[in-house]
Write a protein that binds this ligand. Structure first.
Ligand SMILES: Cc1cc2nc3c(=O)[nH]c(=O)nc-3n(C[C@H](O)[C@H](O)[C@H](O)COP(=O)(O)O)c2cc1C
Length: 182
């Protein structure tokens, strides 16, 4: 019997009532129903100071970034669920990725990543995912072509599912693409 694939699901919002957290939980349940093991984490699990070269010079790589890198290596894949802030990714997420990029070799090159976002807006945070894709790919991460952006997420999310069956189908396709990549 082969071991169940293990996924790290990182939500880049720590806001109480976060739509992205609800989407991350929905994706986690879907992966679990496919037989995967899932660990759901957020940015508070990998707290790091604001990156400055001087801090790295004196103190080395921030401990939260090392922990994130180690967790990535312990899992078969990453699901990164992030809000879009001003057509990009949240600064706190970029900061964590900047820190992790200072670890050589970049620990994520073998780990496929599925990008997801939720927004009350019409594009579901897709522009933020485009920015995130550039940062991750520039560090050699295998970012899946398939991604999942949920528009009108304040109305589209219901419990751990969606108001519209089309969104269920889209999530299934994204989850299956990730499972096929590991
Ligand atoms: C600083 C900031 C910038 C935002 N910029 C965008 C944006 O560019 N596009 C968008 O669709 N929503 C934007 N939003 C709205 C977020 O999508 C919305 O607040 C969402 O609920 C945040 O995710 P969360 O619920 O998981 O915390 C922004 C919100 C904040 C706080």
């Amino acid at each position: 019997m082969t071991a169940a694939p293990r996924f790290l699901v990182l939500c880049a919002s720590t806001r109480p009532g976060s739509l992205n957290r609800r989407l991350a939980e929905t994706a986690a349940h879907r992966l679990e129903s496919e037989g995967a093991e899932v660990r759901l984490v957020d940015l508070d699990d990998y707290a790091v100071p604001l990156y400055r070269g001087g801090i790295e010079l004196v103190d080395g790589i921030a401990e939260g970034a090392r922990r994130f890198a180690a967790d990535l290596e312990r899992h078969d894949g990453l699901v990164l669920v992030s809000p879009e802030y001003n057509h990009s990714m949240p600064g706190a997420l970029k900061n964590l990725l900047d820190w992790v990029s200072r670890i050589k070799p970049w620990p994520t090159s073998e780990v496929p990543a599925l990008l997801m976002s939720a927004s009350p807006g019409a594009l579901g945070g897709a522009r933020g995912l485009a920015a995130l894709r550039i940062t991750l790919a520039s560090n050699g991460m295998h970012v899946l072509d398939t991604e999942f952006a949920l528009p009108a997420a304040d109305r589209a999310l219901t419990g751990h599912g969606f108001a519209e069956p089309e969104e269920d189908d889209r999530l299934d396709a994204a989850v299956k693409a990730l499972l096929a990549a590991v």
